[in-house]
Design a protein around this ligand. Structure first.
Ligand SMILES: Cc1cc2nc3c(=O)[nH]c(=O)nc-3n(C[C@H](O)[C@H](O)[C@H](O)COP(=O)(O)OP(=O)(O)OC[C@H]3O[C@@H](n4cnc5c(N)ncnc54)[C@H](O)[C@@H]3O)c2cc1C
Length: 442
């Protein structure tokens, strides 16, 4: 979106993508374009006051219109559908009721309703006029008046001189880091103020609803229709901190309660989370000139991407943007001491754990089809045993900041609990911030 918006302004843009375009989280999203994001408004009101909550709502509404306008302007066929967006509660729904009162003050077309089939809710906040779409069809159809290099991972950035290393060197006048989790660690403090949250999704053949639903709880159920089927998602947790194995099985069971029968796909993807629920878009750091960042969409990356792309476009073109201050990466986040401390302690704990040489486990302790950090060939390694008993060993430390990797049995991946880099059984990068694969230590 940012590349597109800058090219629209006549800027000469080069987009560098580590894999294939849309192969990151955007290709695995549930793509609800909605301002009905539940309790965020109540949380912003308590943290920053009513005006901040109102401004966030306006930003989301603008983000929604941004999609509608582009889809109309370019006649894009991307399954863009208008429907109700529903956040439901399985308890009393007191927070949803307060949110509804607040949103009505902001002019939102919303109401509190009781049970809404097919989900079992006690209370729900319904907002009309929300959208669903297919982001890949949408992005693929946007006019591309800029250069794109796929399969080109940036492995190092000289941020002062704006040189990007990716096998070759790219000399830039301005750099926008939109790599999901930012990849420059030296500036901006993103390693302290962000974390990643992994969610699980399944697709079923049956269309059980034509509306979109979301449980108000952080790890609750998300439901949306697509084509002739339905997507069910949920069971979010900090990447690398698997609470319980069996997320896909539990999603399949849940979907069956709502009429889902034939599961066609299962996948997991992570998003970047900030402490106050709002993204970061703006200058990467006060110490850097003409280096920008977009990150921290908190699972609301459709509307927010539209708004953030415009913030960056305006910053580069020297124009004012009404949301620039609110989404500034340098904003002071109020009341975040507990979350910040917990984030730092988690990172510190996992990095320290990686340096402890002691482990009593050996490869004999690894059952077929699973992985563990064990002593193997004289060293502590991350080892996976396949169905035929074959072992796949990689370094146990994430190349990013040396956190100890954790095996995720649902996704069959090695995930870092610190900043959320993920690797396959061969040590190849699945997602950033690591810019290196994880086989170098073997
Ligand atoms: C399960 C799930 C459901 C969601 N549902 C919704 C929803 O319904 N509505 C909503 O609004 N939001 C939703 N979100 C959030 C939204 O999908 C994301 O916020 C958004 O897609 C993130 O976009 P991005 O461009 O920041 O990241 P990505 O799409 O991951 O793009 C980043 C790109 O950077 C590339 N990259 C990384 N490192 C490098 C490097 N070193 N060099 C070059 N390229 C690199 C990656 O390959 C990737 O393609 C959901 C998120 C998840 C996880």
């Amino acid at each position: 979106m940012t590349a597109f918006k800058l090219a629209e302004e006549g800027k000469s843009v080069t987009l560098v993508e580590a894999g294939r375009l849309f192969g990151g989280t955007t290709g695995k999203t549930t793509a609800k374009i909605t301002a009905n994001q539940g309790n965020i408004y109540q949380e912003l009101y308590l943290r920053y006051g009513k005006e901040a909550a109102r401004q966030y709502f306006r930003a989301q509404s603008d983000g929604m219109s941004g999609f509608a306008d582009l889809i109309e302007k370019y006649g894009i066929d991307c399954d863009f559908t208008r429907t109700d967006g529903i956040i439901f509660s399985r308890c009393g729904g007191e927070r949803l009721k307060s949110t509804c009162r607040l949103l009505k003050e902001f002019g939102a077309d919303c109401e509190i309703v009781g049970e809404v089939a097919p989900v079992k809710s006690v209370c729900a906040l319904k907002m009309s006029g929300q959208y669903l779409f297919d982001p890949i069809k949408f992005l693929s159809a946007l006019p591309v008046n800029f250069e794109i290099f796929e399969n080109t991972r940036v492995t190092e950035i000289d941020a002062k001189n704006k040189i990007l290393y990716c096998g070759n060197k790219i000399y830039a006048n301005t750099v926008v880091i939109a790599t999901h989790f930012p990849i420059i660690d030296k500036y901006g403090g993103y390693i302290f103020k962000l974390r990643q949250s992994l969610s699980y999704t399944i697709a079923v053949k049956e269309k059980v609803t034509d509306k979109m639903f979301l449980d108000e709880e952080q790890d609750g159920l998300s439901v949306r229709p697509y084509a002739n089927g339905t997507l069910f998602g949920g069971f979010d947790h900090r990447t690398g901190r698997v609470k319980r194995v069996g997320s896909f099985a539990r999603l399949i069971n849940k979907s069956a309660l709502y009429g889902g029968k034939a599961v066609t796909h299962c996948w997991a993807a992570a998003d970047v989370m900030t402490f106050d629920g709002m993204p970061y878009a703006g200058a990467y750091s006060k110490k850097l000139h003409k280096v920008y960042v977009i990150t921290g969409f908190n699972k609301w990356g459709m509307t927010n991407a539209m708004v953030c792309a415009e913030i960056i476009r305006d910053a580069i073109c020297g124009k004012e943007n009404e949301y620039a201050r609110m989404f500034s990466p340098q904003r002071k986040i109020k009341a975040c001491f507990k979350s910040a401390l917990s984030n730092i302690l988690t990172n510190f704990g996992n990095i320290t754990a990686a340096y402890l040489p002691f482990t009593v486990k050996t490869v004999k302790n690894i059952p077929v089809g699973t992985g563990a950090v064990v002593r193997y060939k004289g060293k502590k390694r991350a080892v996976y045993r396949d169905e035929n008993g074959r072992l796949y060993a990689i370094g146990r430390m994430c190349p990013h900041m040396h956190g100890q990797l954790k095996w995720n049995a649902d996704t069959m991946t090695w995930d870092c609990p610190c900043h959320g880099s993920r690797f396959d059984i061969y040590g190849n990068i699945i997602s950033e911030p690591s810019v290196k694969c994880c086989k170098h230590k073997i």
